[in-house]
Every structure is written in C-alpha cells, then in structure tokens.
Design a protein around this ligand. Structure first.
Ligand code: SAH
Length: 246
C-alpha cells in the first residue's frame, strides 16, 4: 500500500514515520509512505499556497491550484487506484471500520489543510471523501493524517507479526478490549485476576469475552446499540453468533 501525504509542513512527518509499526510496515515492504510539500506546487517564486478569502473575513485559505497539482503528481502513473482523502472537521467521523476500509486501498492521498481551510473546490472536485478525526478543530490536517496513517498501517496484512493481536483489539469486534495484566502477580496488594494464572485457556478466553462485553456495556453502550444488540443479554456467545463474529 502507498500512502501519500500532501502538506505545507513535510518535516512534521519525517520522524513519526520512522518509529513503531509504521516503520515496521515500511521495512517489511507492505507500506510505502511519501510526503509531498505543497509549496513545491505554488504558482509563484515565493512558494505562496494561500490567499485571502473571497467575501472577506479573517484568515487565509489554501488555494486550489497547488493542491490539485500536488495530488495529480502523487497519482502518476495511474489515477484509477488512487483514493483521495481531505482532512476536515466537516468530514465523516473516522473510526475503526473506516480504518479497515482504508487499509484495503492500494493508494491513499491524504490532503492536510491549514489556516481557515482549503478552497471548497478541492472538496467538491478532487477529494473522494472528507474525514474528520473528531468534533474539535485542529490547526492543521497533519495530526489528523497521522492518526489515519498510524491506525491504517497496523491493519495492513503483514504489517504486524502477530496478526491476532490487532484483530483482538477494541472496536475490531464491535466491543472494547478486555483488561490486560503482566508481571508482577501482586503489585502493591493489587492482584492479577486468578483466572489468568490458571493456565486453563478456555476459561481465560471466556473471562476475556465476558470482560470485553462488561467493559463495553459500562463505558460505551452506544457500540452495542450501533450493532443493534439492543437486549441486555449477558450471553456472549449469543451476541457473537448474531454478529457473525468469531
Ligand atoms: N475553518 C474550518 C477549520 C479549519 S482548521 C472549519 O471551521 O471547518 C484547518 C485545517 O485543519 C482543516 O482544513 C483540516 O485539514 C484540519 N482539521 C482541523 N480539524 C480537523 C478534524 N477534526 N479532523 C480532520 N482535520 C481537521
């Protein structure tokens, strides 16, 4: 998979793409990242990429020409497999399902806005979709793009050695994760639940499923409603069957 980022601050990404799972995915050859400096596509010598808003008002707006040109340069040689995403607080809310969907694309181009935003013609005629990372306003799309690159890259097949560990995390089965413990067994009198020390894998699995469900009911009941699990059944198997989850 290839992920292109279009930004006026390319330096922001150089370090972050060189650590953890993003780095691992790149080293394993399942992910390629490229960062494009929008200023390279400015139409003047000073590298201007913004201008005052028509109709007046505060702040500057990113001009359409450099953005269209930058995305076009990323889409070479073939445009057909390129999926263009505009980072925007007005976009649809990013979640794990969207991360899964994006992880199946061959080529993503993430456009990062700045200032007051980007000329509307980018959203209307260039982007395939607009994505928001939450109901708050960032000063630029770079941090939103990083969230997307991070969460998508760990889902690319082959990016993570133990494929199971990403499949069993929060949201992957419509539930939050179960609690995790490591050594020591007793930390300041707080003991690890005894079932986890039992060595009985069936009991451990069933405890984890119950805890995931309990956790979700307690903290995020909306996730259960989202999947139309509206009754209060405590029967994990029944809920899993109904969702076709294993
Ligand atoms: N005036 C705009 C906000 C511009 S913020 C508005 O009120 O809608 C500048 C840029 O930061 C945006 O163009 C976008 O690329 C990015 N950005 C800000 N908040 C974001 C969010 N919640 N999700 C994704 N991108 C965001």
């Amino acid at each position: 998979m290839l992920i292109d980022v279009v930004t006026i601050f390319p330096q922001l990404f150089s370090q972050l793409f060189d650590f953890g799972i993003i780095r691992q995915a790149r080293k394993r050859g399942v992910l390629q990242t490229r960062v494009t400096d929008l200023r390279q596509f400015s139409t003047d010598k000073r590298g201007t990429v913004d201008d005052r808003p028509y109709g007046g008002g505060d702040g500057m707006v990113l001009k359409p020409e450099p953005v269209f040109k930058a995305v076009e340069s990323c889409s070479q040689p073939s445009k057909s497999s390129t999926h263009v995403v505009l980072m925007s607080p007005q976009g649809s809310q990013f979640d794990q399902d969207k991360a899964k969907e994006l992880s199946l694309k061959a080529h993503l181009v993430l456009i990062c806005g700045r200032y007051e935003g980007i000329d509307q013609r980018v959203a209307d005629h260039l982007a395939d979709e607009e994505i928001s990372v939450g109901d708050f306003v960032l000063s630029g799309g770079e941090f939103a793009a990083l969230i997307i690159v991070d969460s998508v890259s760990r889902l690319i097949p082959g990016a993570v050695s133990q494929g199971g560990s990403v499949l069993e995390e929060s949201f992957m089965e419509g539930l939050l994760d179960y609690p995790h413990y490591t050594r020591p067994e007793d930390f300041q009198g707080w003991r690890v639940p005894s079932v986890l020390l039992s060595g009985d894998h069936r009991r451990i699995q069933s405890w984890r499923e119950q805890e995931a469900l309990r956790n979700t009911k307690q903290r995020r009941p909306d996730l259960l409603e989202k999947d139309e699990v509206t009754d209060n059944s405590d029967n994990v198997e029944e809920i899993r069957d109904r969702r076709g989850v294993r």
